[in-house]
Design a protein around this ligand. Structure first.
Ligand SMILES: N[C@@H](CCC(=O)N[C@@H](CS)C(=O)NCC(=O)O)C(=O)O
Length: 208
């Protein structure tokens, strides 16, 4: 398997899950230092040129974070990273994944692209503040939910925790204050100690 990734991007969640299931995989770096041949290959397999893109050993290409995370969890049920099809637990985990992918992730995206959107500093500031307030609203909801819990659902680590861990890091990167979310902070600090996360973190740090 090959994971096309950019350090610290949403592909980091897939990287964590690959570590979690002890998969054999190769990382293909996509970023400013990627050579032209790799970029051309990446463009040919990933129509939106976005990470994560996962290339399976038989050549099948998977894109989109939720579908890749779900595929890896379903193919490796012994790690209990999701829940059986049709179960309420599965629906609850997918609910979190949807919030993380479509609301939280996409509130962060413009913050990384402010100069691509506009060079007007006032407009940039307004875009930043608007998205920051939404991110804080979502984090507030999750913080309340995490009171007394170590994981988002099912009292165990799931693919939703992997994804939430990653988007939370983007708040730090963008200097968004999160100290008030005490349960969320505690949860993230505890996830950071996990072997899979430590391994993925250490590897990705080499590419920044
Ligand atoms: N909906 C996609 C979003 C993927 C996405 O936004 N990837 C970002 C990194 S976090 C990326 O590759 N951006 C570069 C680009 O789209 O050109 C998913 O869930 O995988």
């Amino acid at each position: 398997m090959k994971l096309y990734f950019s350090p610290g991007a949403c592909s980091y969640a897939v990287h964590i899950v690959l570590e979690e299931i002890n998969a054999r995989f190769e990382l293909v770096y996509i970023g400013k230092k990627t050579n032209i041949a790799t970029l051309e290959r990446f463009s040919s397999i990933s129509p939106l040129k976005s990470v994560p893109t996962l290339e399976l050993d038989d050549g099948i290409i998977l894109t989109q974070s939720i579908s890749i995370l779900e595929f890896l969890a379903d193919m490796n049920p012994e790690y209990n990273l999701l829940a059986p099809i049709g179960s309420f637990d599965r629906t609850k985990i997918i609910t979190w994944l949807s919030l993380i992918a479509t609301d939280i992730h996409k509130s962060f995206s413009p913050l990384f692209l402010l100069n691509n959107i506009t060079h007007d500093k006032t407009a940039q500031d307004e875009i930043f503040r608007w998205n920051e307030s939404n991110i804080k609203r979502y984090f507030g909801l999750i913080n309340n939910h995490l009171n007394g819990k170590c994981y988002l659902e099912c009292d165990r680590f799931t693919i939703a925790d992997a994804y939430l861990f990653v988007v939370f890091q983007w708040a730090k990167y963008n200097h968004i204050e999160t100290d008030m979310f005490i349960f969320l902070e505690k949860y993230i600090n505890s996830l950071a100690m996990r072997k899979s996360i430590q391994r993925a973190m250490k590897t990705e740090a080499n590419y920044f």
